[in-house]
Write a protein that binds this ligand. Structure first.
Ligand code: NAD
Length: 344
């Protein structure tokens, strides 16, 4: 596969002359849509650590200001409540737009199917419009779900996927596929300097205990001494990436000038049942495993082919599953005990 998935545009050539984050010369000002969510909040923190001013735009649908509370006194950080499906106006200069707003967990997008499609379509349109107006680099948070229940394993970027558009997960998968197509159209027709990252399952602090994704669900259940609910026989596989590795990959792609699409994820593949047993061990819980029905269209296998990220960015995950799990469990222990004391 060629490292450059799409032909270079004048915008890309401009971006190749932009100082790179890795050179210690960061973007000056970034807009992060969905910045009060799980991934967005970690991106905001890391951008601030690298010296980039951040405007975090969020409607708090599935995120919360608590996720960025640690940044609120920082003069280089601003939080704006805004639904980007309605509009997005930013008066200041901006040189990077990271578009992360979207319900992302199956529980959320099944509860919010129309909003999920609207934020993928109208939200992406407005975020791209902002990047066009400001002459900024634009990065779309896409997903491994564009590969659906894949028939090619592991999944390289040139695999077109196996998606059921009318299944319950279709709202998310198709929203992201449309968002990718729109991003490419803005690149080719409007010369916007765009990139697409296809994010595989990521975990870490600030996931919501009830967001329905396997790892936070298992940790919550294990800490409460409840049975861990494993879908089906648990032989379906997932490859999970610790959030710090993901953030490093996303910012490397932003700084690179590469258009993508590019997979970022940890290729270490394991069964969902193994993940459940590891969570029980990491929490020291005496919980058992209970098998429940598998959701419709639940992917059977999932593993990124990360050759492109390694070739182009020199990116590889560096945090092991066990280290990431221990950090996440430590955060959940504190969070859940805080929650208990707030309720008490
Ligand atoms: P999240 O739900 O924690 O964050 C999404 C944020 O977007 C929330 O803060 C939410 O309030 C905000 N939002 C939703 N609709 C909005 C709107 N109309 N206007 C403004 N803000 C809005 O989810 P996450 O896990 O942090 O995912 C972030 C992005 O990364 C999503 O685009 C998701 O599709 C993508 N992604 C995440 C993963 C993962 O493993 N976490 C995997 C693949 C792709």
């Amino acid at each position: 596969r060629r490292p450059d998935a799409l032909p270079a545009t004048p915008a890309e050539e401009r971006s190749s002359t932009r100082p790179h984050l890795s050179d210690g010369a960061p973007f000056r000002r970034a807009v992060v849509t969905g910045g009060a969510g799980f991934l967005g909040s970690h991106l905001c923190s890391e951008l601030r650590r690298r010296g980039t001013e951040v405007l975090c735009v969020d409607n708090f649908l599935t995120g919360t200001p608590r996720n960025v509370a640690h940044l609120l006194g920082d003069p280089g950080f601003r939080l704006v409540q805004c639904d980007i499906t309605d509009y997005m106006h930013v008066p200041d200069e901006v040189d990077l737009v990271l578009h992360f707003a979207s319900p992302a967990s199956p529980v959320d997008y099944l509860k919010l199917p129309i909003h999920t499609l609207k934020v993928g379509a109208l939200g992406t349109l407005h975020a791209l419009g902002l990047a066009k107006e400001k002459g900024a680099r634009f990065l779309l948070a896409s997903t491994s779900e564009v590969y659906g229940d894949p028939q090619v394993h592991p999944q390289p970027e040139d695999y077109w996927g196996h998606v059921n558009p009318v299944g319950p997960r279709g709202v998310y998968d198709e929203a992201k596929r449309f968002a990718e197509a729109l991003t490419v159209a803005y690149r080719s027709e409007n010369d916007v300097d765009t990139a697409i990252v296809r994010i595989f399952n990521t975990f870490g602090p600030r996931m919501r205990p009830f967001d329905g994704r396997a790892i936070p669900t298992f940790i919550r259940q294990a800490l409460a001494g409840e049975p861990l609910t494993v879908a089906g026989d648990g032989s379906q596989t997932r490859s999970v990436c610790y959030v710090d590795d993901l953030v490093r990959g996303v910012l490397a792609l932003a700084a690179s000038g590469h258009s993508g699409p590019m997979n970022i994820g940890n290729p270490h593949e394991q069964s969902v049942l193994q993940i459940a047993h590891d969570v029980i061990a990491a929490t020291g819980s005496s919980s058992s495993v209970e098998h429940v029905a598998r959701p419709v269209d639940d992917p059977t296998v999932r593993r990124p082919d990360t050759t492109l990220a390694t070739q182009v960015l020199g990116w590889e995950p560096s945090i092991s599953w066990r280290t990431g799990l221990d950090r996440t469990v430590a955060w959940f222990r504190e969070e859940l005990s805080d929650d208990a004391s707030r309720v008490a």
